[in-house]
Design a protein around this ligand. Structure first.
Ligand code: BGC
Length: 356
């Protein structure tokens, strides 16, 4: 089976009429659309010239954000008046497919997806030449920028929905990356200053023994730190900080060269090897010319697809803590499959490699 074509089919099939991508159709707890997953999936669709799919996703996000104009303005006013803001008051990280808020007690305050959508939208405009989208989504873009500019330093949950009382450089990479990319069109001086400020903040506070660290006070690496290299370029690819971060990710998280784990202490489904993070390492390898290693990763991912050409979220091998695997299966069922974000990242890696 051609996994590229199958990945496109799976993503198209699971895009809601609203434009939202469901995270995973067969895993109840993921029946939502995340801005983070969705923006990377849309970027993948752009890269394989499925522009209409990406277009519909960005349109959905713009509407979701514009519908929350009052909420965003209120939050900013509260901040200006020095009033307390609870983490429940912020914009959520995931929405129902119709764009409405979710109503459960799952922690929901994450900022990375808002930066990622700005980045994805800017890439979409670049790849399609549709500059009119800047006018069409002006309100959504401006609201997102104001929101991020005001709250980027507030501790929020990381991209794995954990550690809500800390700040995470991977999240800051998404924010700075999104602001920088959209600013290629807006050309606002205040925004370039803000991007530089975020970069310096990371450099001063989140470099430990020469590498990026996971979060405030957590000095080990997390594979999501790869985002600081590709695609967000928080540091240049040849920067020693990036090289050292990748070296530690390879040493601690690319176990037996059989897939990349999130972080060594991860216990979610025992802490297996994540398809999307493995593709990310491949994306990095391909960007720095380590083509053979990127090809090796692509082949490994292809071997993980089941007979229907479906890729899961993670593969339960070389588990960090095997005793946790079954508890999660009992709680939420088998590992999510297909996971649209896994398919999206496989597409990105494949296209990157085909252009080398
Ligand atoms: C991951 C998130 C992801 C979500 C949906 C969670 O387990 O930690 O990063 O957005 O699944 O794919």
């Amino acid at each position: 089976m051609n996994l590229i074509q199958q990945s496109i089919r799976i993503i198209n099939k699971n895009q809601d009429a609203s434009g939202a991508y469901i995270a995973s159709p067969n895993f109840e707890i993921y029946h939502y659309s995340w801005l983070r997953d969705g923006s990377f999936i849309a970027y993948a669709m752009d890269r394989v010239e499925e522009y209409d799919s990406a277009d519909r996703f960005y349109n959905w996000v713009a509407q979701v954000i514009e519908a929350r104009e009052e909420k965003i303005k209120e939050l900013i006013q509260k901040k200006q008046k020095g009033l307390p803001i609870s983490s429940k008051d912020f914009l959520p990280t995931r929405y129902h497919l119709d764009g409405s808020d979710t109503n459960d007690d799952w922690s929901n305050f994450q900022l990375d997806g808002y930066g990622t959508w700005l980045w994805g939208l800017a890439e979409h405009i670049k790849l399609t030449g549709k500059k009119d989208l800047l006018d069409q989504y002006q309100k959504g873009i401006e609201l997102t920028i104001d929101y991020l500019a005001n709250f980027w330093k507030v501790p929020n949950y990381d991209c794995w929905e954990e550690f809500g009382d800390l700040i995470h450089p991977a999240t800051l990479a998404c924010i700075a990356g999104g602001l920088k990319q959209i600013n290629q069109y807006l050309k606002r001086k205040d925004l370039s200053k803000l991007v530089d400020e975020i970069k310096s903040f990371v450099k001063e506070n989140y470099v430990y023994q020469g590498h990026l660290m996971k979060s405030t006070g957590l000095t080990y690496v997390d594979a999501s730190l790869l985002w600081a290299a590709v695609p967000f370029g928080l540091f240049p690819l040849e920067d020693e900080v990036i090289k050292e971060t990748v070296r530690l990710i390879e040493r601690d998280l690319y176990k037996n060269r059989e897939g990349v784990h999130r972080y060594t202490k991860d216990t979610y489904y025992g802490g297996g090897a994540w398809i999307l993070l493995t593709a990310w390492l491949g994306w990095y390898y391909s960007s720095v010319g380590r083509i053979d290693e990127a090809e090796e990763i692509k082949r490994w991912i292809e071997e993980q697809a089941d007979s229907n050409g479906e890729l899961p979220e993670q593969i339960p091998i070389n588990l960090n803590q095997g005793e946790y695997y079954q508890c999660w299966v009992d709680k939420w069922g088998g590992i999510a499959k297909p996971l649209l974000w896994s398919h999206g990242m496989y597409l990105i890696l494949s296209i990157e490699l085909s252009s080398k």
